[in-house]
Structure formats: structure tokens, C-alpha cells
Design a protein around this ligand. Structure first.
Ligand SMILES: [Zn+2]
Length: 455
């Protein structure tokens, strides 16, 4: 197992023991969302800290969807940092797993179970980091805040969003470190860590395609809503959407694409689309990481017809489409592109948004927080390089950036041993697990970044 440069192996062993025991206990509290029922984790963490002489607050609504927040205030002026992670997990289908998903089994160097990488690992790693900082006298300056929050995976009504709206006194800080980034890729002899300084928003929509009723034994010359829906799908997926090449992808291309000619073509909007296809043939993982950062895409996912029988033409077909917007873009652009794509298509359609439209957002980069992350990373993983990127999915960082314009929120929880390609397939999947060494590294890293920033 790899050593961690600059950290006493006895300390590493102690943090491995503490974090893995805590993570195992947290996994055993089933917080599958829905329904979540996360208050049990909030209460567990309150007791865990209280046993170490540290006292935090349970907050949130409804009563069974609460979060836990704890503050270490140095009493001296300085910046404030929030270590954030969510308490809920996605459901697990036990028969598909090698181990019971809520066992928290520690075996073969891993902690196993639902939440092991998304993201009870960080609930545990941040807690141990916070307790160790408190035990060594607390931060030298400013304020360290620890929070584990409800309701991230489904709904986002309670949890971080609620705290941001109702309890800025507890939760508002200058800097936030949250789940999402921190994985590393190895390409061309480099080891590149992904820092997510922003994330895409969602503008999911439903197209209602209207048609004429009738007996299906008689061919309908026009007005068959199913045929209209097929034309709509074809037009949407073959429409060339505008390419946006910005700071969310620049450093990934620069550091991870090793062929100079391909790198250049990926940077030019006129050649980037063909270049992405070439990249996908050479390195599909990397292409999958970069392509969503080049703008939005229409991904049709659900088709529903109101026909009551095979022999009846439907009057209505609903086509649901997933669509994610880059930070700085909005749903009006999505609407314009849908209209352009469907211009001239023989179908009678209307659009409605599915759920709330959430715009993507981003924090400035670089910043004092990215400098502290870079410095800490270089100390402990000397060959590491940092690349700025954006999350293509949603995290709670969005609420902080939207509500507190001065707050800088990054997604960063680094692994030491296992790569992006090894870890990310375990998200929301069977046999979710984390290496004990990586778990301890996430904790030691958070501890040292906090001490660096709050010095
Ligand atoms: Zn998560």
C-alpha cells in the first residue's frame, strides 16, 4: 500500500482505524432516499462529536430530514471554511450485491456498502478531520464548520438547501469543500486530479405530441402522434447543438489529451465535434468526461402514449428529455434550440419543463482555496497536477453559490490509490466500496487543507 508523503505512518494507521469504523457505522444506518429519514445520522454524528467534547446543532425540516452542523471558532479574524457532505444515499437492491449493502463490512482493505463513495465516506472523513483539528487546539484563525446534510439525492427540499435559506448564521462561510471532484486520472505519465469549481444545471423537459384518434386498422395518413414523436426524436438527436469551449474543459484537454494535434482540434469549435469522436475511439473515459462540458445535449429517455389499446391511435404522446446546461447558460437557450431542431418537422408539439429548472453555476478559480488545495496536494502526492473542471451532475454546492455570491464552493475529495476509472463506476452501483487507505487520505487531506487555509 502506498505511503502518504509527509505523514507519519502511525498517524495514517490511526486515521484509517477511526474513519473506517465511523464509515462502517454510518453505512449501517440505512438512509435510502426516498424516504431518507436522515435525522438518525444527524443524531449519531451529534453523539459521536459529543463523546469528543464537541457540541453541534441538529437543524432542518421536516423533523425526520434533519442535518447536523458543528463550528470550531478560533475567535480570531480570518476566513471560514465549511466541510460539507450529505447523509442520504440512493436505494440498493440487496440480491445484486456481493455483501449486504447496509452491512458496512470491512474486508480486503475496503469498507463496503451503500454510501461508501457517495458520500458517507466524506461524512466520516470530514468528521475525523474536524475532531483532530479540535484536539490539536482548533484552527489558528477564522472558523471551521462541519456539516452533514439531508436530502441531496432526491428532491433537495430539506438539507443543504433548507440550511442555506433558513440558517445562514450556521452555514454561511467564505469557502466550501463538498463531494464530487478529487478523483485522479493517469494519462501519458501524468497524474491529474480533477477539481470541480462549478456544475451544470438541469432543464429537463417533456414534449407533448398531439394526434388524432382513430381505429388503427385504418392507416392514418397524417396526425399519428407516435409517428410524430418518432420524427421529433430523430430531429432532436441529429440537431447540431452549439459548442461552448470554456474554462470547464480547457485544463482537462491541456493536461490529459497527449496528442498535440488532437488537442488543438478539441480547442477549436469548428473541429471539436469530429475531434471528440476521435477522442472517444482512443480513450472513451476521457471523451465521456469532456464531451458534456462542451454545451448541452438532448437525451430522450421516456416515451408515453395515452392509447388504451394496440388498435387505437393515441391523441397524445409524451416524450421526456434530459437536458443539462453549462454554468452561465439558461433555459431560454434550450427552448431556442428545441424550436430550431424541430423547425419544419411534421408534428404538433408543445413543451413543458419537468420539475424545477436549476441553472448551473460556478465559483472563481483560481482562489485562496484552490491554492491551499494545490499546496496540500503537492506536499502529499508530489507528482500530482490539478485540473479545473465542472461537475456534469448536480451537487449541493449549487445552493451555496446561488444564495451567497461571495462563497467559493469546490467539489474536491481526493483519492490516493484508486483512479477515477476504478472509483466512479461504483457510484449508485452494486458493490459500492472504498479503500480504507483512500478514506484515510480524504480525511488527512481535509484536515491539512483546513489548517492551511485557516492559518
Ligand atoms: Zn452524492
Amino acid at each position: 500500500m502506498e505511503d502518504i508523503a509527509g505523514i507519519d505512518p502511525a498517524v495514517v494507521a490511526e486515521v484509517e482505524r477511526e474513519t473506517s469504523e465511523l464509515l462502517s457505522a454510518l453505512i449501517q444506518i440505512d438512509t435510502s432516499n426516498p424516504p431518507g429519514d436522515e435525522t438518525r445520522v444527524a443524531e449519531f454524528m451529534q453523539s459521536w462529536f459529543a463523546a469528543r467534547g464537541l457540541h453541534g446543532e441538529i437543524a432542518g425540516e421536516p423533523a425526520d430530514r434533519a442535518s447536523f452542523v458543528l463550528t470550531l471558532d478560533s475567535g480570531k479574524p480570518g476566513p471560514s471554511l465549511l466541510l460539507l457532505a450529505h447523509e442520504d444515499v440512493v436505494p440498493a437492491n440487496a440480491p445484486d450485491w456481493q455483501v449486504p449493502p447496509f452491512s458496512g463490512l470491512i474486508r480486503d482493505g475496503y469498507v463496503w456498502g451503500r454510501g461508501a463513495v457517495d458520500i458517507k465516506n466524506l461524512v466520516a472523513a470530514h468528521a475525523v478531520a474536524t475532531a483532530r483539528i479540535a484536539a490539536s487546539g482548533g484552527p489558528a484563525a477564522g472558523r471551521l464548520v462541519y456539516a452533514c446534510t439531508a436530502d441531496e439525492e432526491e428532491g433537495s427540499i430539506g438539507g443543504a438547501r433548507w440550511l442555506v435559506e433558513h440558517r445562514p448564521d450556521l452555514i454561511r462561510t467564505d469557502y466550501v469543500i463538498n463531494e464530487g471532484g478529487g478523483h485522479f486520472l493517469e494519462r501519458g505519465g501524468r497524474r491529474v486530479y480533477i477539481l470541480e469549481s462549478g456544475e451544470k444545471g438541469t432543464a429537463q423537459f417533456r414534449l407533448i405530441i398531439k394526434g388524432e384518434a382513430g381505429h388503427a386498422s385504418v392507416p392514418l395518413r397524417s396526425g399519428n402522434a407516435v409517428v410524430g414523436a418518432a420524427r421529433v426524436v430523430d430531429a432532436l438527436i441529429s440537431h447540431e447543438l452549439p459548442l461552448v469551449i470554456d474554462g470547464s474543459s480547457e485544463e482537462l484537454v491541456q493536461l490529459l489529451v497527449d496528442a498535440p494535434a488532437l488537442r488543438e482540434r478539441l480547442r477549436d469549435p469548428k473541429t471539436a465535434r469530429a475531434a471528440l469522436h476521435e477522442l472517444a475511439r482512443r480513450d472513451v473515459q476521457l471523451a465521456d468526461m469532456i464531451e458534456p462540458l462542451y454545451g448541452f445535449a438532448f437525451s430522450p429517455t421516456i416515451v408515453h402514449s395515452n392509447s388504451v389499446a394496440v388498435n387505437v391511435y393515441p391523441t397524445r404522446v409524451e416524450l421526456s428529455v434530459d437536458c443539462r446546461m453549462l454554468a452561465g447558460h439558461d433555459e431560454q437557450e434550450v427552448l431556442t434550440e428545441v424550436r430550431t431542431a424541430l423547425d419544419g418537422v411534421e408534428a404538433d408539439w408543445d413543451l413543458e419543463w419537468v420539475g424545477p429548472v436549476v441553472r448551473g453555476n460556478s465559483s472563481p478559480y483560481p482562489s485562496p482555496l484552490s491554492a491551499a488545495i494545490q499546496k496540500t496536494l503537492t506536499e502529499h502526492v508530489p507528482e500530482a497536477e490539478l485540473a479545473n473542471s465542472h461537475s456534469v451532475g448536480f451537487t449541493d454546492s449549487n445552493w451555496f453559490r446561488a444564495a451567497y455570491p461571495d462563497t467559493i464552493a469546490y467539489n474536491f475529495a481526493p483519492h490516493l490509490v484508486e483512479t477515477y476509472d476504478e472509483v466512479t463506476p461504483r457510484y449508485h452501483n452494486v458493490d459500492e466500496r472504498i479503500l480504507v487507505r483512500d478514506l484515510a487520505f480524504q480525511s488527512l487531506f481535509a484536515e491539512r487543507v483546513a489548517l492551511e487555509l485557516l492559518s
